[in-house]
Design a binder for this molecule. Structure first.
Ligand SMILES: Nc1ncnc2c1ncn2[C@@H]1O[C@H](COP(=O)(O)OP(=O)(O)O)[C@@H](O)[C@H]1O
Ligand SMILES: [Mg+2]
Length: 334
């Protein structure tokens, strides 16, 4: 009889183990002790305002860190530690296990080469295929991401495709190496709302069909909730809250998460008064001895919140699973 391994004992596909990234001369680190995991087949979102450190986090999963940065902690993809890894291990992860999709598809494609050449090249590099095999595979992939006329698109140039169609091409390219982990950094932010929904559906379908681990990076908490099983909320380079998407949206524990929810229009439902979070996110030139959000927090208590950074600790479990929150006011709610 095969040994049954409970899912929780399997190491996660992607794990950040207290990753810190600091640039010399800055008042605070870009990332400060980021701990996050994505299991095989799981869709996880990382949410935060612009500048909070989401893209640096995503790129670290490919072993890409800002030049000259001091790092601490580790990032593992399928057990391989990427911080301090040799070139061969990095190449194996980047061309085999993990693929990344970026915000602006036009930035990632050569404007004077045909779609077919772009895809065939990616497929030949990663899959050791001939040109004819690569073309066949490209046709399959383009059809799988819902492009209406794959054979014609292979002959087209990037400017002949809309942003949404081009993002589908990028997704096809990312899936070409049969990755097990898909990293999506604001994949729909450059697109209009209707196209955004279509692209998210394509991503979610690919994730389910292939059992991919998905890390969706977005500033949009509602989009994260509609797409992902679990959510991590990041503020000023730290994870401030994490839990199941259902619990986090229904009952946010961190005042920052509550602020994000109150400041974006709901996906469904009628009109609602929007309350922007006051103030601006903390830049790298600023630091705070206490909670980084205290200066903008409606609940902040002088003498408590401005003294030391709150650790990320268990909060009262939600209806759908456990939760962690980094807030000095958590203590009394537990
Ligand atoms: N290579 C780099 N060199 C210097 N600063 C960087 C670099 N990459 C990111 N940063 C800074 O780190 C912070 C977080 O950036 P980023 O991860 O891109 O934020 P987000 O994706 O959440 O908008 C920002 O203040 C940004 O300016
Ligand atoms: Mg970003």
């Amino acid at each position: 009889m095969p040994l049954l391994v409970p899912p929780l004992l399997k190491p996660p596909l992607l794990s950040y183990e207290g990753l810190s990234v600091a640039l010399p001369g800055m008042a605070r680190p870009i990332l400060d002790g980021v701990t996050l995991s994505v299991a095989a087949g799981e869709a996880v979102a990382l949410v935060g305002e612009s500048g909070s450190g989401k893209s640096v986090t995503a790129r670290a999963a490919l072993g890409l860190l800002p030049a000259g940065a001091r790092t601490g902690g580790q990032v593992r993809v399928d057990g391989t530690g990427l911080v301090g890894a040799d070139a061969a291990s990095l190449r194996a992860v980047r061309t085999g296990t993990a693929s990344m999709i970026f915000q602006d598809p036009r930035a990632g494609i050569n404007p004077v080469r045909r779609i077919g050449d772009f895809l065939a090249e990616a497929l030949r590099v990663t899959g050791g295929r001939s040109r004819a095999q690569a073309d066949d595979r490209a046709l399959e992939l383009l059809a799988a991401v819902g492009l209406p006329d794959p054979a014609r698109h292979l002959r087209q140039y990037p400017h002949q495709l809309s942003g949404g169609m081009l993002q589908r091409v990028m997704i096809a390219g990312a899936l070409g190496s049969d990755p097990r982990l898909l990293l999506c950094d604001e994949p729909t932010t450059a697109l209009d709302v209707t196209t955004q929904a279509e692209i998210m559906a394509v991503l979610r379908q690919a994730q389910r069909d292939r059992g991919l681990g998905l890390l969706l990076i977005t500033h949009d908490l509602d989009l994260a909730g509609a797409t992902c099983d679990r959510i991590y909320v990041m503020y000023a380079g730290r994870i401030v809250e994490t839990g199941t998407a259902a619990d986090l949206l229904a009952a946010p524990r961190h005042p920052y998460t509550a602020g994000l929810l109150g400041s974006s229009p709901p996906l469904h439902g009628g009109p609602q008064r929007l309350t922007p979070i006051p103030g601006v996110p903390m830049s790298l030139a600023e630091s705070a001895p206490g909670c980084a959000f205290a200066a903008r927090c409606p609940l902040a208590r002088p003498g408590l919140c401005d003294q030391s950074p709150p650790p990320l600790e268990p909060a009262a479990a939600g209806q759908h699973g456990p939760a962690l929150v980094a807030c000095h006011l958590n203590e009394e709610k537990r």
